[in-house]
Design a protein around this ligand. Structure first.
Ligand code: ADP
Ligand code: MG
Length: 616
């Protein structure tokens, strides 16, 4: 498709596009949980084209089946490198084959409020623009998709249908990291922003409402002329910029609960991934190539980071990836069409494009519905969502109530009792991924004993009360545990005081009472002692022997006899003769009776325990 074509030819093209759309799009019911999606990757091999092939140029790549291909291995000529993708389109495939096989199936998601994107990747001259735009004779993805989408929105938005639909288009290019409005070229470099709900916005970017294919052409064809193109040795009309056509489908429910949905379709003709050394680029062209390749390099890094589940995905490192952030990260249905050329001179670029495509294949997307409600009765649910989700998820989870508070331009519907939503209706309007998370949280709470606490429909205040009750219960349990410990300690103490129990722990040497007439005494450790009479008599005799015969040094081995007392005893013995009984010690001057009161017993116990008690 070229700019400035006559109206008659354009009508023919429209007719060709219309006729080519054999498969009808169908709108899928709202509220159904979409299956996880991933970036689908298709490879398209273009045929040899006149003027590009040299005399000795032979194909270096060929298709094997509808999903795989092989390319010569430059390291080993006996081998080939094999690749498998979601789809492979060979030289003979038509524009309709690519459209019907890989693009048309994702368009229906726009009417579910989800985003979709189609990216044409590959080296310059490999057929990206042909695939996306095509020609009058062979219209590409863009005119075909627009034709179908506009027809579908007309049908679905007709009077009497539940939703009113409107379509707008914007068209921009990213050239040397500048965002240029192709519908309004005088705007200059535009900035890319993200709003508080996680939407990527370009303030000031022109949006044209379109209701028919003629409308689309009226805006699109002149804008295409504004696209920056230049000449390189590889391609006479080489695209030096990334061209992004954005088509937005807005839906508003005509009856309560007046939901709103927004689906965005990005149709992107990426600039070439050619190698600077081979294009012969110099000066400005080299600079352009550098910028282009930087963007594509970042695109590769983004894909890698997504594949590996890395915490940081470098979307912000280039304008292209920033803009495509939600076309790749799970919020969109994406298809990457890697265009390759058969000629040997493209070999290295082809291998590099195939490797890039092979990496992209691993990206898993989980689309969500951009649906909103206008009813203020949902405010409590908003609180619970915000509390339960992390900031980034909360941002992505465009809940119904957020739309209500953050879209002041929307008419607020009266919240009559009949319009109030049941909890089930609330759930059905949530993002499925978020809903799943809420349900699992609810299950977790249930498994922890909070039966009958439906988290999803419980307003914040009720949950606060519940949490407080749980806290109080925890404290009560702690108090009871302390009390139990105290009681156990008391029981142990009582058992220790019970003599019957103590027998179990008595020393193996059982001492009998020292004297039947003496009151029971307790040893220092509190155990009750009983000394047998024989042992008592024996002990007395040994002590007496020591007192009468032992030296001062021997005497000091007795309990309570120090150096001074030992000398006093020896002196007394020399004066008065031998002691006749142990108790005579009290007669020794300097040794008081009180001091020696427990002297015999202490020494007899020492002897009984086998401790040394002088020479014996
Ligand atoms: P790119 O946009 O990747 O630089 P183009 O789309 O401009 O490449 O294609 C380069 C040339 O090859 C154009 O003349 C185009 O018409 C032609 N071409 C590309 N793909 C095909 C195809 N599948 N069938 C026929 N011609 C093709
Ligand atoms: Mg091109």
């Amino acid at each position: 498709m070229d700019a400035g074509v006559p109206a008659r030819r354009r009508r023919e093209m429209a007719a060709a596009v219309s006729g080519a759309s054999r498969c009808r799009l169908s709108k899928v019911g709202a509220g159904r949980r979409p299956p996880p999606a991933r970036v689908r990757v298709a490879v398209r091999l273009r045929p040899f084209v006149d003027g590009t092939a040299g005399e000795n140029d032979t194909p270096c790549v060929r298709g094997l089946d509808s999903c795989s291909l092989e390319i010569a291995n430059w390291r080993n000529h006996q081998e080939t490198l094999k690749y498998q993708f979601d789809a492979f389109y060979g030289e003979r495939s038509s524009q309709q084959d690519i459209y019907a096989g890989s693009v048309q199936p994702i368009l229906r998601h726009l009417l579910e409020g989800q985003n979709a994107s189609v990216l044409a990747y590959g080296p310059t001259g490999a057929g990206k623009t042909h695939t996306m735009l095509g020609s009058l004779e062979q219209p590409g993805v863009i005119p075909r998709a627009l034709m179908d989408l506009l027809q579908l929105t007309r049908e679905e938005g007709a009077e009497g249908r539940p939703w009113a639909l409107s379509v707008t288009m914007s068209y921009l290019e990213i050239y040397q990291e500048k965002v240029l409005d192709l519908l309004e070229p005088s705007s200059g470099d535009l900035v890319i922003r993200e709003d508080c709900r996680g939407n990527i916005l370009i303030p000031g970017l022109t949006q044209k409402p379109i209701t028919s294919f003629a409308d689309f052409e009226r805006h699109f064809l002149p804008a295409s002329r504004n696209r920056t193109v230049g000449a390189t040795r590889l391609n006479q009309r080489s695209s030096r910029s990334h061209a992004v056509l954005l088509v937005k489908v807005d839906q508003r429910e005509r009856l309560a609960p007046f939901r709103q949905r927004e689906g965005k379709l990005y149709l992107i003709d990426l600039a070439g991934s050619e190698d600077n050394r081979r294009t012969g680029n110099k000066g400005l062209r080299l600079k352009e190539s550098g910028a282009i390749n930087t963007s594509l390099f970042v695109l590769g890094k983004v894909v890698d980071a997504l594949n590996q589940g890395l915490p940081r995905v470098p979307y912000r490192d280039s304008k292209l990836t920033r803009l495509l952030q939600y076309s790749l990260d799970g919020s969109a249905h994406s298809i990457l069409i890697a265009n390759i050329a058969p000629e040997r001179r493209f070999y290295l670029d082809t291998v590099s494009a195939l490797n890039f495509a092979a990496r992209s294949k691993e990206v898993i997307n989980r689309p969500f519905t951009n649906e909103s409600l206008q009813l203020p009765v949902l405010a409590p649910v908003k609180l619970s969502q915000k509390e339960l989700l992390g900031p980034s998820e909360a941002k992505r989870a465009r809940g119904p109530e957020e739309e209500e508070t953050r879209s002041p331009k929307l008419p607020v519907a009266p919240a009559s009792a009949s319009q109030k939503l049941s909890p089930l209706q609330k759930l059905s309007s949530m993002d499925p991924a978020m809903l799943e998370r809420l349900l699992s949280l609810d299950r977790l709470l249930g498994s922890q004993g909070s039966q009958g606490t439906p988290l999803l429909s419980t307003p914040k205040r009720e949950r606060m009360v519940l949490m407080k009750t749980v806290e109080e219960k925890d404290l009560e349990i702690e108090r009871l545990k302390m009390k139990q410990k105290e009681l156990e300690a008391k029981v142990l103490a009582q058992e220790a005081a019970d003599p019957k129990e103590k027998e179990n722990y008595s020393p193996t040497i059982k001492l009998e009472s020292l004297d039947a007439s003496q009151p029971e005494e307790k040893a220092e450790d509190g155990w009750e002692l009983q000394i047998s009479p024989e042992l008592l008599a024996h002990g007395h005799q040994k002590i007496l022997d020591l007192l009468n015969e032992g030296s001062a040094r021997d005497l000091r081995s007795l309990q309570r006899i120090g150096q001074k007392k030992a000398q006093l005893i020896v002196g007394w013995r020399e004066l008065h003769g031998p002691f006749s009984q142990v108790e005579d010690l009290e007669r020794v001057e300097g040794i008081s009776g009180k001091q020696m009161e427990s002297f015999p017993k202490a020494n007899i116990l020492g002897l009984a325990a086998g401790q040394g008690c002088g020479p014996s």
